[in-house]
Design a binder for this molecule. Sequence first.
Ligand code: HEC
Length: 331
Amino acid sequence: MTPSTLASLVALSLAAQSPGDGGAARYRAWCASCHGADGRGVPARTTRLAVPPADLTACRASSAEPEDHWVGIVTRGGAAFGLSLDMPAFGEAGTPEQIRALVRYVRSLCRESGWPPGELNFPRPFLVEKAYPEDEVVITDRGRGQELIYERRLGKRLQLEASARSAFDGKPGTFAGVTGAVKYNLWYSLERGALASLGVEATPPLGRQDRWEVEPFLTFGAYPRRALLVQGEIAGTWEEAEGISAFSYRVGVGREIGRVVPMLEVGWTVPRDGERTLSFYPQLWMQLSRLGHVAASLGAELPAVGPEPRHPRLIAFVLWDYADAPLLRGW
Ligand code: HEC
C-alpha cells in the first residue's frame, strides 16, 4: 500500500466517523419531504400525514432523549415505539453507522449549546432527587401516604416543582401538605456521564405541617460507561423557630437491564437532637410504554437503625414525561 492510498484510506475512515458525514445529504434524500428541508416539521405540500412530524430542530426535544432513542425510531420506524405509522423504518435502507450519522446531523440542528443531554436523564429513584431537569407528573404511594408531583422545566437547566400530599392513616386530616421547589443544573459532562444540580424545597404550614420547613439540597448522578449508575443527594433541613434541624445523606446504585433498572438506595438522617435513622430502599424501576415516556417503580422502605417503632413500608410510583408524548400515545 502506498503512503498516498494509506492517507486517503485514513481520510475516508475519518470522514465516515465525523458526525456531519453524509448526514445532511441523507437527510435531504430520506427525511426532508416530511420533516421539512430545515427539519422544522413542515412537510412538502405533496406529503399527507395523519400526525404532524415533530420539529427536529427544537433543542428541548432533541436533547431530552438519548441519541439511541432516535436511532431506534429511525431504524425501526415510528410504529415500533407506538408512534405514527407515517414515520418509516430506515433500518433496511442504511447501515447502523449511516443512521447514527444521520441522527447526529439532525440533533446538531439544535444550534444552542448548554442543553444537558438525555443520556444523563437517569431513572428516578425513591429518595434521591433527580439531577436532570424534567417535565413530569409523578404519583407516589408510600405506605398510607400519597403524593402528586408536577415538575416543569424552564429553559435549559431550571426546573420548578409543586407537590401535594395526602394521608389515609386513620388520623384526622387527610390533606397532609404541599411543597414547592426549584432546581438548577449546575454542571454536566456527557464524556463523564455525570451531572450535578442544586435546589431548594419549601413546605409551608398547611395540612399536617405545622411550621415552615426549608430544605436546600445538592444532588448528582453518574453512569460512567453505563457500568454502574450512582445517584446521590445531600440535604439540610431548616425549620421555622428551630433553625437547622437535620442533615440527610442519600445514595443509590443501580444498573439498567433492558427495560428495568433494579436500584438500592440508602438514606441516613442526622438530626441535631434525637436519634439518627438509617433505611434501605430496594426498588425496581420499569419502563412501561414502548416510547419510554411512562414508567413505574415498585419497592420498599426497610428501616435499619433508628427510634422504634418504624415498620417497613411499600413504595410505588408511576410517572409520565408529558413533554415527550401525550399519555395515551407511544404504547
Ligand atoms: C413519510 C414521512 C416521514 C419521513 C420520510 C420521515 N419521517 Fe420522521 N416522523 C414522521 C412523523 C409523522 C413523525 C411523528 C410521529 C408521531 O409523533 O407519531 C415522525 C417522527 C420522527 C422522530 C421522533 C420525534 C420525537 O419527537 O420523538 C424522529 C427522530 C424522526 N421522525 C426522524 C426522522 C428522520 C431522521 C428521517 C429520515 C431518515 C425521518 N424521520 C423521515 C414522518 C416522517
